[in-house]
Design a protein around this ligand. Structure first.
Ligand code: 5GP
Length: 140
């Protein structure tokens, strides 16, 4: 897999403001924060999108995300925050290495702006779609 800016950060070839590291996870401040404390949490495994990430790395990230979120909240005084995880260029992913954003939201409006163009789900479509997805869960 090609080197990305994040694998170079993990390797120490590019500087960052590191906030956490263990054998599977690395976390550091975003270079262009949406708000104070905007932090990136990444697996050391060089998967591009989360559907390609191993169960082990996924579990390791899940284990520390709440702790890192609490630390960001305590450090910034924020009480609200978003966790954002983009997959694919079409979904606003700029760096092809899995990453979770922890983005504090402040009263001044800084933080993540969200568009939420909700649509309708009919009972029939919901039943069919849920069954299809459920069928794939075990097979993937
Ligand atoms: P994405 O749009 O892929 O979900 O977000 C990528 C994030 O990585 C952006 O918020 C961007 O500011 C951050 N980023 C890109 N290059 C660097 C870098 O070299 N250092 C740090 N700390 N963050 C970076």
């Amino acid at each position: 897999m090609a080197d990305t800016i994040f694998s170079k950060i993990i390797a120490g070839e590019i500087p960052c403001h590191r906030v956490y590291e263990d054998d599977k996870v690395f976390a550091f401040l975003d270079i262009s924060p949406l708000s104070k404390g905007h932090t990136l949490v990444i697996p050391k495994e060089p998967a591009i999108t989360i559907d390609q990430l191993s169960d082990e790395s996924s579990a390791a990230i899940g284990r520390v995300l709440p702790r890192l979120s609490r630390a960001v909240l305590r450090a910034t005084g924020a009480t609200a925050f978003n966790i954002l995880q983009n997959n694919g260029v079409g979904a606003h992913q700029a760096v092809p290495h899995v990453h979770f954003h922890i983005i504090p939201k402040f009263a001044d409006g800084s933080g993540l702006g969200i568009g939420w163009p909700a649509r309708q789900l009919s009972p029939e479509e919901g039943k069919q779609l849920a069954a299809t997805i459920a069928g794939y869960v075990t097979g993937t």
